[in-house]
Design a protein around this ligand. Sequence first.
Ligand code: RNT
Ligand code: ZN
Length: 417
Amino acid sequence: MTNYNDAKQRYEELGIDCEKAIEILKNISVSLHCWQGDDVRGFDSDPNKPLTGGIQTTGNYKGRARDYKELMADLDEVLKLIPGKPKMNLHASYAIFEDGEWVDRDKLEPKHFEKWVEFCKERGLGCDFNPTFFSHEKCDPLTLSSANEETRKFWIEHGKACIRISNYLAKELNDKCVMNIWTGDGFKDIPGDRLGPRKRYQESIDEILKEPYDFNKVKPCVESKVFGIGVESYTVGSSEFALSYAAFNKDKCIPLMDNGHYHPTEVVSDKIPSLLTFFDEIALHVTRPIRWDSDHVVLFDDETKEIAREIVRCGIDRVNIALDYFDASINRISAWVTGYRNVQKALLFALLQPTAELKKLQDEQNFSKLMVVQEELKTMPFNEIWDEYCKRCNKPKDGVWYKEVERYEREVLSKRG
Ligand code: RNT
Ligand code: ZN
């Protein structure tokens, strides 16, 4: 206890209120992606079919969740170990079919997510949603941008079904539902027509967004990407495409930036205030890019901290935060918990910055002091505040939670075939 009080006092000397930071963080909602638990396979088709759409998981660590019961049990294990205010994030491919029923993605209905609604209600969670425009035989390889009208129609119908499901989630759970449109549409090699697919993509999103929804409750997003594996030469939903689409349709959707989807020297931390100059609200996928991969587990690294600082400075309510990574080479619970806790840590770290002072130093051109203050913040007794935050959320602190992951691996995961 004294450790926390001493640390708190050190922060107070800089004019920083730890109690306030803790209270704010408790209420920042961060979406927990269901797809870390089963390597993005979903339940709506053969789990051994390949992932398509330019995304890939690598590794074959024991214990992948093979059905919704296992996935929910794993999520419960994760929820025990993460502080803060998590929210679920589902993909359409995680529809739950029972009694031999099955429908294709264009025919999905809210009832296929009833069990997820129950799951969320029992745990007091909201839920975000994603149409699944990949890993399906109707990817030719394009979906919403396909030149084949039948294919394109199928995927538009899928998008519309997902709006209806998002309406249902928002209503049942009484919380905003962010519905993200991402497709892996693109080509491995040099295209013969770049404009055509983009025009069709635009028209398809227009069609999907004609499905009625209340924009205060359901937030369709358009996520861009630079390239994907097997889709190296051309991405239909490029950054310029997605941002322009969102800007021209501000009353209907918001842009989503995934920090794994840019060239390696570009940083999303800097793009956040750029977009918030023009958009009231944006959405983020927080991940860690490494070379060709955009989906490594989030660490407590400089860019994650910088992203959190911009979220805090620009307005927490204006940014919808979600996790998006998948690692099949390590314990999947550990991957989930590590990434989630690191986003929480980065947000707490950001809330413990003298924001007003830093701004003042910059405006007064006192760049020497600005550098010194920012450097000294790095070695403040942050860990004491983090421990206290975990304690107040009734969640284990660092150094303790991993033992529980080991127990779960021993008793549950290692028994899965
Ligand atoms: C892929 C995108 C997309 C997916 C999820 C599963 O590069 O980031 O958001 O990761 O929809
Ligand atoms: Zn993403």
